[in-house]
Design a protein around this ligand. Structure first.
Ligand code: IMP
Ligand code: MG
Length: 170
């Protein structure tokens, strides 16, 4: 059973607002959006079609292994798909800021590629969970410390297709 935390309508309205803010901030400058697979897919797709800016899209895969067989929280980033980002205005999009490990790691890797600017946008931020300091430039919603699914977010790779954000009930 899934309890709806943020409805599809609320998400779409907020994505509209974020798109307007991003367009105002970049003011017609070309932007390269780097989407973090797989969780950012729906957010990326909904946001990019609202951005009237010269836009490039790139994707990276970030996965953390938190099981017992690998080091807890060890992060693997697959950057092979990235184009040259030097001199470009880069906006990284992820589904959720939890501990901050993923985005803090990406920040180091992407800064090394010498972008003209580097910003971060997340659909969700979990309150009280950040271990590493990274303040995203764009945040959709702040949510309580609960495990959420839908709109790109998964539990065991399921539920990503839900148009809303939900909390899975046992
Ligand atoms: P961080 O590196 O701890 O900030 O974790 C970020 C990643 O963990 C996200 O990109 C998600 O893939 C995953 N994650 C964190 N919290 C949740 C959740 O509540 N539901 C689904 N995935 C989550
Ligand atoms: Mg993710």
């Amino acid at each position: 059973m899934v309890e709806v935390l943020i409805s599809a309508e609320q998400i779409q309205k907020r994505v509209d607002e974020l798109a307007r803010k991003i367009m105002a901030d970049y003011d017609h400058q070309p932007v390269t959006i780097v989407g973090v697979l797989t969780g950012s897919l729906l957010f990326l797709a909904d946001l990019m079609r609202r951005l009237e800016l010269p836009l490039r899209i790139a994707l990276i895969q970030a996965s953390s292994y938190r099981g017992t067989s690998t080091t807890a929280g060890e992060l693997h980033v697959q950057m092979d798909l990235l184009p040259d980002l030097s001199g470009r205005h880069v906006l990284v999009l992820d589904d959720i800021l939890d501990t901050g490990q993923t985005l803090a790691h990406l920040k180091v890797e992407l800064e090394a590629m010498k972008p003209a600017s580097l910003k971060f946008g997340v659909l969700l931020r979990k309150i009280g969970r950040q271990e590493l300091h990274l303040e995203p430039d764009y945040i959709g919603f702040e949510i309580p410390d609960k495990f959420v699914i839908g709109y790109g977010l998964d539990y065991n790779d399921e539920y990503r297709n839900l148009p809303y954000i939900g909390v899975l009930q046992p």
